[in-house]
Design a protein around this ligand. Sequence first.
Ligand code: ARG
Ligand code: ZN
Length: 863
Amino acid sequence: MDHVDLDVALDPEATRVKAQLKIRRNPAAEKGAAALALDGEHLVLDAITLDGKPLPERAYDLTETELVIHKVPARPFTLSVETTIDPEANKALQGLYRSRGVFCTQCEAEGFRRITFFPDRPDVLATYTCRIEADRATAPILLANGNPVERGRLKGGRHFAVWHDPHPKPSYLFALVGGDLGRIGSTFKTASGRKVDLNIYVEHGKEERAAWAMDSLKRSMRWDEVRFGREYDLEVFNIVAVSDFNMGAMENKGLNIFNDRLVLASPETATDDAFGRIESVVAHEYFHNWTGNRITCRDWFQLCLKEGLTVYRDQEFSADERSATVQRIQDVRTLRATQFAEDAGPLAHPVRPESYIEINNFYTATVYEKGAELVRMIETILGRDAFRAGMDLYFERHDGCAATIEDFIACFEDASKRDLSHFKLWYSQAGTPELVCSLAYDRHKKSAELKIEQALPPTPGDARKKPLHIPIRVGLIGGNGQEIPLVRDTGEAIEDGVLNLTRRSETFRFVDVPSAPVPSLLRGFSAPVNLTMSLSESDLAFLMAHDRDLFNRWQAANTFATRTLVDMVRRLKKGERATQRATAFARALEAAVSAPDLELAYRAELLKLPSQSDIAREIGRNVDPGLIFRAYRQLTRVVGSTLGAQLEDVYRATRDRGAFSPDAESAGRRALGNVALTLLAARGTAADVERLSDHFFNARNMTEEAHALVLIAGRSGTLREEALARFHDRWKDDHLVIDTWFAAQAQSPLRAALSQVKALTRHPLFSLTTPNKVRALIGAFALQNPVQFHRPDGAGYDFLAAQVLEIDGFNPSIAARLLGAFRAWATLESGRRAAAKKALQRIAKAGSLSRDVTEIVAKMLDQ
Ligand code: ARG
Ligand code: ZN
């Protein structure tokens, strides 16, 4: 396909699409093959001509999913196809649809085939020209990929715009927008001095709230020039925010389309976390311009080629813009909560999957987050300079191509002259490796032996695994807190601290170790693995206070907390008092958090406990989410009481009266204030409740207001009713902020949560066809409320199953994603396990399921 000419006449229920496709036979095609198959779904075919001559009906076959032309010429030819589509009826939000009256598109992965007949696969690259025609009054803004060419008025109140994208691209990167939108504009001068017009289009009246996204965009553009030598390549870069969107955002060439919650932010309406997410997603989509668009994927099995790499790049950007350690901690928290959970259950798959029924089901934490970890490991193994050389080679060698993981890896091998063939196994082998480590010290020889074994738990369809190449960054810490230089018995000094484990079991010997050291392993989380090492509580407390690697200091606290919670759950199960060991943890935490020179955001991370689902995974079988919740609440209370006086000081110190600024340091101060508030509220004295109430009613920004609302919604009483009523009245006209109100109630651990969630599905501000609403209410209940979703009576499961079935009728992607909330069902205790299984079986037996849900439910039950 050399060139695509589209002419789109926008109309809510009958949009006409005329496509002119310039096609040439693939020289590599089989001799004599003459048929041409084009993908197409939900299209009405109006006309079809080949080189201007109408094709008779017998010349082609038309099915629900394909248009097959029996014989096309061997010479280059032009195929013209006219189709009609109904954007208003499109609630799957793939292809062309309407969101609050705005026409917009989502083509990744296979949405373009809902716009016109096309070889809708990522290795077919063409240039595009797109003419859009629409009502001037309802759609004054008309946008498509590339650069603007022409625009003008037509009769009947219509107008048109023509856009041309000179960069060959696959169909999944096509986009168009038509609507009545507000705009903020700016410009960017690239490193080589070209001027780029930047625009962000949002709902009228919300323009000011796009300022942070614009700022983030400009910083991203500069960062990619400095860090990776990548410049932008069109005259304009447009971002459009829409309210109905299945995912976060989409990197369409020159015309990124965003879920509006990832664009709009002001201090009054958005939390610091939202500001941070906006910054990173704006960066992510922008970075795709090189990793995804200029170099795209040969097929969807290579999805991690663009996604893992681009997540790595956005994480690096955030680390550079903010605190690198805090960023790493947050990324690892997310990785464990999402990807480790996926890897441990029925949906486990390799970073490069080997099969799929519905590709939308593979936009997963494994492809994205674990994919990013694989790129980071390559950097750890090669070192920063060789890694950059490999990236440079990748951009040089594959620009304009549809590439594979093999192509990518070869660039690093060629640039560094290192062999990564063993490392490549990470792309095809699913599951989270377990590292079992032990350290033996010989006081006479002054040597230490670190033994590391890797165990690879089976995953569905893959029982026996090969050992992986795992980079493990380590340190040995002497009793005085000093780093001991790492010198192996071979004489080799390990300056960067990285050991390369390649066998199932390996022992690393270090010499000149003056005294028994405490090992600090997997520094910076150098590989996506679980680590087991029998460190004593005092070793953990020591690491929490002294490890030079701040990530591992946090990790020691996290390990100590996890161990404490697991122990508490065991005691609760036996009906014992559970809090004896909790105090030891709280004391260690107190010492760690008061160490000098720590960033406030870092202190906040130290004070946050691991998630309840992390604890469930640690326990692994016969899990009782009710007991985990009780242990969690008790430990929070113990920490709140033990550190009470210190937390009060911390809280007071974070109450600045200055103007709001979204920068990382100010956000860190607010994060610390919020976590102190949480712990003190758990202590629960009258003064603590008063503080909580004040934090809410006198909040100076959404970071405070939303945090307090969630805490208050978790407690019964009049404060709860007052706070929810006030939040509702204040924000009912803001469709983004009100999602916080839905989510706060959905996450409440109170017993009434399920009946309230059910009632809220009938609230006038709720809408089952808007994914953000579904995520805020149903998603928050199923994923952020373990104790109520996993009610022992199974009512939470029945509710979710019913919602999945209803949503599947119009938006299969969202239905399949919600269904993922069941993924740990087989690890539950027997009563809940049986109830969850019944709910899953009910879904499986329902008629006319989508491909999306069929695939997920089959995997869930196949164990
Ligand atoms: N490529 C987008 C991103 O990561 C995600 C879009 C996925 N959409 C989908 N329907 N599967 O930035
Ligand atoms: Zn992406």
